[in-house]
Design a protein around this ligand. Structure first.
Ligand code: PLP
Length: 382
């Protein structure tokens, strides 16, 4: 039995979503910028996709800009806003995805001051800590909505209120949140939000950036002026159609998906709680329901993932322990939550998805229990 439990890395494009995309590779292949009938057809599909996406995050359609994915959206938000302001200070967190961390480091090289704020041991930012870092020079606060390794959800609405007192722009990387939790950009009060279709059953290579009207941000890619100048390059029409179908799928089936994810989460946690030396990482409640970061002391996470893979179960090692100059490197997220080394090294990330079944979860649990016991017998590694 093949069991895919790595839906935070990417998701399959589900059959009904693929079906909606296919005509845009074939008879409706037009360039959305062309003035003839094929172009018009493509343009219409693109604008319909924009409307659909806007509806599910409660924005206006012209506040949605299509990009190539989460990384590009994050880059536009941070670099693009820096080009429109005299302010020289950026605030982000220690547990961001590399798409934000590396962009922030690039901004440091451009002589911006960057504060990477800490999280508590439950993976949540202390808003008092955030406030201490803010000042009248703060250009942007970029904090993720849901974490890609441990699944924790940040108190974004509260953070936005604080940041707004200092006139800062608020951006959130919602790549791991879209489709898994309800999102209302107006309610959150944020200025920008990044998303990526391949994390919610859409295709790879397409994402979007929500930009609230009148937010001072400009393009970082130059060319033909597509996407109202914000992101030049021929529009990925099939991708946009797929992304819209995917967001629609997630929110139209939200309750039934959530119920399944909760059931599988409880099945997995009940089994793990019976294993000695087990720890669930991140806040037990403030988290997306399908994402579990599981640590087992005295076990090597990579060996565990490999053993599971030999049984056709795909999970990832969130700890990403790698032998680098004989020094063990633990993921920056696990370091930020101060997870003891013996647990950090024995961590796997399990992320369920719409394509899983009860049988698959039972199969996973059975093999997980066996693999942990086997590795411990062998001293941790196979
Ligand atoms: N942000 C987060 C939180 C992610 O998990 C990822 C991908 O893993 C990205 C950004 C990058 O997204 P993309 O692969 O679409 O560039």
């Amino acid at each position: 039995m093949r069991v895919y439990l790595d839906h935070a890395a990417t998701t399959p494009v589900l059959e009904p979503i693929l079906k909606k995309m296919l005509p845009y590779f074939g008879e409706r292949f037009g360039n959305a910028s062309s003035l003839h009938f094929l172009g018009e057809e493509a343009k219409e599909a693109l604008e319909d996709a924009r409307k659909t996406i806007a509806k599910y995050i409660n924005s206006e359609p012209d506040e949605i800009y299509f990009t190539s994915g989460g990384t590009e959206s994050d880059n536009i938000a941070i670099i693009g806003s820096s080009k429109m302001s005299e302010r020289r200070h950026i605030v982000t967190s220690k547990i961001e995805h590399e798409a934000v961390i590396e962009t922030a480091k690039y901004m440091q090289e451009q002589n911006y001051r960057v504060d990477f704020i800490s999280v508590e041991e439950n993976g949540i930012i202390n808003t008092k800590e955030l406030e201490k870092k803010l000042n009248e020079d703060t250009l942007i606060v970029s904090v993720m909505l849901a974490n890609n390794e441990i699944g924790t959800i940040q108190p974004l609405k509260e953070m936005t209120k604080i940041a707004k007192r200092y006139g800062a722009i608020v951006h959130t990387d919602a790549v791991q949140a879209v489709g898994k939790m309800k999102i209302d950009v107006k309610e959150l009060g944020i200025d920008m939000l990044s998303a990526s279709a391949h994390k919610f059953y859409g295709p790879k290579g397409i994402g979007f950036l929500y930009i609230k009207k009148s937010t001072p941000v400009t393009n970082i890619i130059f060319g033909g002026g597509h996407e109202r100048g914000m992101r030049s390059g021929t529009e990925n029409v099939s991708g946009a159609v797929g992304m819209a179908a995917a967001i629609e799928f997630c929110y139209e089936h939200f309750c039934e998906l959530e119920e399944k994810y909760k059931r599988w989460r409880d099945m997995i946690l009940n089994a793990c709680n019976n294993i000695e030396g087990f720890k669930l990482n991140g806040d037990p409640d403030k988290r997306v329901v399908n994402t579990l970061s599981l640590s087992f002391s005295g076990v090597n996470g990579e060996a565990l993932a490999e053993l599971l893979s030999m049984n056709e179960i795909a999970v990832s090692t969130a700890s990403a322990c790698s032998s680098h100059s004989s020094e063990k490197i633990v993921s920056h997220v696990l370091r930020a939550i101060n997870l003891p080394q013996e647990y950090a090294e024995g961590t796997i990330r399990v992320v369920t998805g719409a394509d899983n079944t009860d049988e698959q979860i039972e199969y996973f649990i059975e093999h997980l229990k066996k693999a942990v016991a086997q590795l411990r017998k062998m001293g941790g590694t196979a």
